[in-house]
Design a protein around this ligand. Structure first.
Ligand SMILES: [Zn+2]
Length: 271
């Protein structure tokens, strides 16, 4: 049986106060509707119409209001591409929970039933950009293929995620966010991550020739950090709508800021 509303509360990543998200099924044909606080009209529906910026997470800017860190919820919503879903957000931030999208998948399964898997749409984009530490290359493809690497992780060896329509890929949802001990200290000094707790992701510590876990138990996947980066990319892409572009994307040392540039290019060719 599916319940009508599932409420999830928790610490936001950037603010020390509690945030809450209520998820429920929408009226037939209404698609995805996002509300802030007690708004009676959706802040946005189906595809995010505003501006985005990056500060460790994606920040959505629309109608004079901002929302941080929705990408983990957004990638979970993409696993129900045609569902009528209402998301009501309280507190201006999204609970970070365990730092993965899995709690959102669990909640959405409760209200919407089993995921039918991802959906894809054609995307005629050729895009390539290089910066001092990395690059992105995107070109049309018959499915979505993400080839993702990080210089810091296993000498830059990539993970490959191939998505066909109807696929549900557990690794995407299970992978937790991560930070290195050095970045962690830097973020705290600059006033970021004030809401972060020990159990809301993984803390990587440098060992002789690899990264170990200072906090977070065991890796959920041998390449968990790469899979989380992949989830972040998919979460950002799903702000364009819950159909992923049929692209071959190669990305090295990426992050939200370059995802946003890619999103802008995709927006230009799909609308
Ligand atoms: Zn993330």
């Amino acid at each position: 049986m599916s319940s009508t509303t599932v409420s999830i509360s928790g610490q936001g990543l950037n603010s020390p106060h509690l945030c809450r998200v209520d998820l429920s099924r929408g009226e037939a044909g209404t698609g995805l509707q996002i509300f802030l606080e007690d708004q009676s009209v959706p802040w946005w529906a189906n595809a995010f119409p505003g501006e985005v910026s990056a500060q460790r997470t994606t920040i959505l800017h629309h109608q004079g209001q901002n929302l941080r860190g929705m990408e983990h919820l957004s990638v979970a919503l993409a696993a129900w591409p045609r569902a009528d879903a209402v998301v009501r957000i309280f507190g201006g931030d999204i609970p970070i929970l365990d730092g993965s999208a899995q709690p959102w998948v669990n909640a959405l399964t409760q209200i919407l039933g089993k995921s039918p898997g991802f959906a894809l749409q054609k995307c005629n984009l050729e895009y390539e950009e290089h910066w001092p530490s990395g690059y992105i290359k995107a070109k049309p493809y018959h499915k979505l293929c993400i080839n993702l690497s990080l210089g810091m992780w296993k000498g830059g060896a990539p993970m490959v995620c191939e998505i066909n329509p109807g696929d549900f890929i557990p690794e995407i949802f299970l992978a937790r966010t991560f930070i290195t001990e050095k970045e962690w200290e830097g973020a705290l000094k600059s006033g970021l991550l004030q809401g972060a707790q020990e159990d809301c992701g993984i803390l990587l510590k440098a060992e002789k020739d690899h990264w170990g876990l200072a906090v977070g138990g065991a890796f959920r996947h041998p390449d968990e950090p790469l899979w989380h980066k992949c989830a972040d990319l998919l979460g950002d892409l799903s702000f364009l709508g819950r159909q992923f572009p049929r692209l071959h994307i190669e990305i090295h040392n990426g992050g939200h800021a370059i995802h946003h540039k890619l999103m802008q290019r995709i927006r230009n060719v799909i609308t």
